[in-house]
Design a protein around this ligand. Sequence first.
Ligand SMILES: Cc1cc2nc3c(=O)[nH]c(=O)nc-3n(C[C@H](O)[C@H](O)[C@H](O)COP(=O)(O)O)c2cc1C
Length: 202
Amino acid sequence: MKKVIVMLVVALLAAVLFAQGKSETKKQPENAQKTAVQQNEGGKKMPKKLVAYFSASGTTARVAKELAEAAKADLYEIRPETKYTSNDLDWRDKSSRSSVEMADKKSRPKLADKNAKIADYDVIFIGFPIWWYVAPHIINTFLENYDFSGKKVVVFATSGGSGFGNTVKELQPSAPKATIIEGKMMNGRQDKAELAKWAEQF
Ligand SMILES: Cc1cc2nc3c(=O)[nH]c(=O)nc-3n(C[C@H](O)[C@H](O)[C@H](O)COP(=O)(O)O)c2cc1C
């Protein structure tokens, strides 16, 4: 009789333990999902950033590299199919290539490649030298050759002293569904920490 009681108790205990074990395995996925949700709530989703730049004589290239490093962004050079020579850049000569292109609002200098992975990014910083108070027309070509719909485009530039003027107004029709923001003139030395802080807002 004692033996039977002991066996019954053992069987009962085993049943209780089995039932407990089962309910715990059931709970596990629920717990795992909760952790994932918490992680999503806690960790901010970082926008993916690209710095794309055109530079005819190196000044904008230098600041673009500094910005990409500070903003932890990828870097892409917008290259013209035909490089600009120093004669091409002579703004005092009305018949130089840059003068002719900039006098014609419809001119669209060709790109050397179309390899920028715009679709992969949320924020695209676009840098260039100011030419005749606005962006060189190759920036319009660049905007027109990709789908910038829904993208945040932040422009930055170097110059001999001019500001952005009508730059954004003249670029917007080339990417009508993008939000183009007048960013920063980057003449002179740029502080890396300040650049990082500035880039973080976008
Ligand atoms: C064709 C041409 C037009 C320019 N027009 C202006 C201008 O309107 N205002 C200005 O401040 N600087 C002007 N600049 C000076 C450039 O914006 C400046 O030197 C710039 O930093 C050059 O950048 P990069 O070396 O990246 O090409 C012009 C330069 C060139 C070649």
